[in-house]
Design a protein around this ligand. Structure first.
Ligand code: HEM
Ligand code: HEM
Length: 231
């Protein structure tokens, strides 16, 4: 049976009249005749021309569907093409733990998003009710947001390196700018609140109320990368 390297396999992606091949557990299948793969990708998510072993767990079917199509070759062992830009240690890590490849960032980002939106909400509640305990909750949420956001940023840089090869797209540029702004605002707010009790200062309040739109935009740009709008 013909052996393919991951580079050779990558051209069998249904583009320019090429057949549509997919690899699974070292076997390569020709799915060109499937209406569900005719565009070269499956369910607008799964590209052909590569090993899809890490992706089938999310499918509503098992690997038995592959048996409907002929096996046309086997995949040579070695790091897949899309991981070749990484140092060998990272190639091994993401091959051993496929989850490490895309999941850490979306898992961590929930924390700064929730904590910082909460901080802003509780400062508003304090303003409306004049209940000082709401303000204290807001401050603690702000601290938790400030602790968790560097982790979101670090995992963001990681996924950008692994999955986007550090390519500076417009969305990434905006995300880096907004992340720096967020860090600056968090530091200002925490120092201000720690060394002064005049939290009714309008500038403090304005910065607090800017946190939700900033994290929402960070998430929006991220979502546009993970799930590009389908026209
Ligand atoms: C979120 C992920 C996925 C979704 C929602 C999805 C959905 C579906 C659905 C609804 C079908 C038709 C079911 C049937 O005919 O019994 C199908 C068929 C199929 N899927 Fe998936 N799938 C996913 C991932 C994958 C992956 C990762 C692979 C490859 C490893 C794959 C390979 C196939 C094949 C070969 C068929 C048979 C196509 C045909 O009979 O023409 N799917 N998929
Ligand atoms: C507190 C800061 C950040 C927040 C709240 C945030 C939020 C998000 C969210 C919600 C997503 C969508 C995740 C998904 O559903 O898969 C995302 C994706 C993404 N973010 Fe961030 N992000 C932050 C910082 C960064 C930074 C500093 C970078 C580095 C350049 C970055 C790069 C990315 C990339 C490349 C994706 C797409 C991931 C993929 O397609 O798997 N993010 N971000």
């Amino acid at each position: 049976m013909k052996e393919f390297t991951s580079k050779e396999l990558s051209s069998f992606n249904g583009k320019d009249g090429n057949p549509v091949y997919i690899a699974f557990e070292g076997k390569i299948y020709d799915v060109s005749k499937s209406p569900l793969w005719s565009s070269g990708s499956h369910m607008k998510r799964h590209p052909s021309g590569k090993d899809l072993i890490g992706e089938i767990s999310a499918a509503p079917h098992g690997q038995e569907v592959l048996e409907r199509y002929p096996q046309v070759g086997i995949l040579k062992k070695g790091a897949p093409e899309e991981l070749k830009h990484l140092p060998p240690i990272l190639q091994n890590l993401v091959q051993r733990f496929p989850m490490a490849r895309r999941h850490p960032h979306p898992m961590i980002v929930h924390f700064p998003i929730a904590f910082l939106m909460g901080a802003s909400l509780f400062v508003l509640l304090h303003l409306l009710s004049q209940n000082f305990s709401f303000e204290i909750v807001s401050f603690y949420l702000l601290i938790l947001g400030a602790i968790s956001s560097p982790f979101a940023m670090a995992t963001g840089l990681f996924t950008w390196w692994v999955n986007y090869r550090l390519k500076l797209t417009l969305f990434v540029k905006r995300k880096i700018q907004l992340s720096i702004l967020l860090l600056i605002f968090e530091i200002i707010l925490i120092f201000w609140r720690s060394f002064s009790i005049k939290i009714s200062n309008p500038i403090y309040l304005i910065i607090m109320l800017l946190l939700p739109p900033i994290v929402a935009l960070l998430g929006y740009y991220g979502g546009q990368m993970t799930f590009p709008s389908e026209g």
